[in-house]
Design a protein around this ligand. Structure first.
Ligand SMILES: [Zn+2]
Length: 158
């Protein structure tokens, strides 16, 4: 028997510390929250992708009365990107959200487990790390790859 551990590395900064490209991606994610269809949760999430061809693709959560039929912002953006740009790799994703008060969340939010798995597969498909930018109002959390939020994905792990 062998004890093992894994570490998760991330950078925490303020929005003002982002470079121009990342700042734009966060702004696109924030704008995308206004296209959310969230009559059930009233929690509006936006995601913005940067592709390796330079294109930006945005998505928002699209809910449904049959809850399982709805889709998160991250997967809305991801699947649209792959449908429109099947040969492009995703380089980065920014995620932002507005709560029931209509304001952007103070703290960053992280993708749900299903989206983490979808993002990990997109990362493998693109053969390139997908940087994560999780955007709160005053705090940004940056991660260098999807494995940072899903260390034990649905695959062989050792
Ligand atoms: Zn999700």
């Amino acid at each position: 028997m062998e004890y093992k551990k894994t570490d998760i590395h991330f950078i925490q900064c303020s929005p003002e510390e982002l470079d121009e490209s990342d700042r734009k991606l966060v702004e696109l994610a924030r704008q995308a929250t206004y296209t959310a269809y969230a009559p059930y949760s009233h929690f509006c999430v936006g995601a913005a992708l940067l592709l390796d061809n330079g294109c930006h693709v945005c998505g928002s959560n699209q809910e449904n009365a049959a809850f399982g039929a709805g889709t998160c912002a991250e997967r809305t953006a991801l699947f649209y990107a792959h449908a429109q740009h099947p040969d492009a790799a995703v380089k980065a994703i920014a995620i932002a959200a507005r709560g029931t008060d209509g304001e952007f969340t103070q703290q960053p939010i992280a993708p749900c487990g299903v989206c983490r798995q979808a993002l990990l597969e997109a990362q493998k498909r693109g053969q390139s790390p997908i940087r994560l930018l999780l955007a709160g109002r005053t705090t940004i959390v940056m991660m260098s790859g999807v494995e940072c939020v899903l260390p034990f994905a649905f695959e062989e792990i050792v």
